[in-house]
Design a protein around this ligand. Structure first.
Ligand code: HPA
Length: 265
């Protein structure tokens, strides 16, 4: 039985498939995390809604460490996350799914490590390939069966938010290789690697980014676009959970901190 963490981003708050799941508040050294726990396709599934019930927590205030710690404490060793994104890439348009393979971190004020405590000591995790390639292959395999328009790679630019970007920022992000822009993925991805959990993200394009879009951006536009993709995302999540093909015997993510004695709760 796999233990799978699902982190639902904007628009993915309480998927139909999770009906009958039980709510559990998990205490962590960083605060509480609310998790919905249940079984699907013979696997234990732990669902966290990133922005809280009713989308009350903005991206820069999400308790990323509590969420990742909570999943680790339940024995989760693979996470599938969703994120709404703006697009800088004309080939990636609204409704497209992107299995991100690279990340640019432009956040400014967030804690993105568990290794900031002298008791834990020094840790420098390798994030050359920030997303787990083993899990990414699985997501791609699932997408190939669904007919959803998708891209196998994409570079996610993580901004501080909560404001949207300026047109000049978007121009710069495109110049340095960004394809997509969002406000949440960097911390989650880096913390999951430190916690030796495989982590993959599937981004859903909701809008063209600032200065590319002909109209000003709004959160309601993002939510409305996400609504159109919810059934596709639920299809993908269900396929991902049901795909019990053994991944690789041992993914390197599970030993990311070996040089430092492994990650300890
Ligand atoms: N910018 C930042 N975050 C986003 C966007 C955007 O254009 N769309 C959805 N999330």
């Amino acid at each position: 039985m796999r233990k799978i963490g699902i982190i639902g981003g904007t628009g993915i708050y309480s998927p139909e498939a999770l009906q009958g799941f039980k709510e559990k508040i998990i205490n962590t050294p960083y605060g509480k995390a609310l998790c919905n726990i249940g079984t699907m396709s013979g696997n234990q599934v732990f669902f966290i809604t990133r922005h809280g019930v009713g989308h009350t927590v903005p991206p820069h205030l999400v308790n990323y460490r509590a969420n990742i710690w909570a999943l680790k404490s339940q024995g989760v060793d693979e996470i599938f996350a969703t994120t709404a994104v703006g697009s800088l890439n004309q080939k990636m348009t609204a409704g497209h799914f992107v299995v991100c393979d690279q990340l640019l971190d432009f956040t400014k004020s967030r804690v993105n490590t568990f290794y900031d405590n002298p008791d834990r000591g020094v840790g420098h995790v390798d994030v050359t390939h920030p997303y787990c390639d083993t899990l990414r292959s699985k997501v791609i395999r699932c997408l190939e069966k669904t007919g959803i328009p998708f891209h196998k790679t994409g570079c996610y630019v993580c901004t501080e938010g909560p404001r949207f970007e300026t047109a000049a920022e978007i121009k710069m992000f495109a110049l340095v290789g960004g394809d997509l822009v969002g406000m949440t993925n960097a911390q989650e991805c880096f913390l999951a690697r430190e916690a030796e959990i495989c982590y993959t993200n599937c981004a859903i394009v909701t809008n063209m980014a600032a200065g590319i879009s002909p109209t000003p951006l709004s959160h309601s536009e993002v939510e409305a676009a996400m609504k159109k993709s919810i059934s596709n995302m639920e299809k993908l999540m269900t396929a991902f959970i049901a795909d019990n093909d053994p991944v690789q015997v041992v993914c390197n993510c599970r030993h990311a901190m070996a040089e430092f004695g492994g990650f300890k709760l």
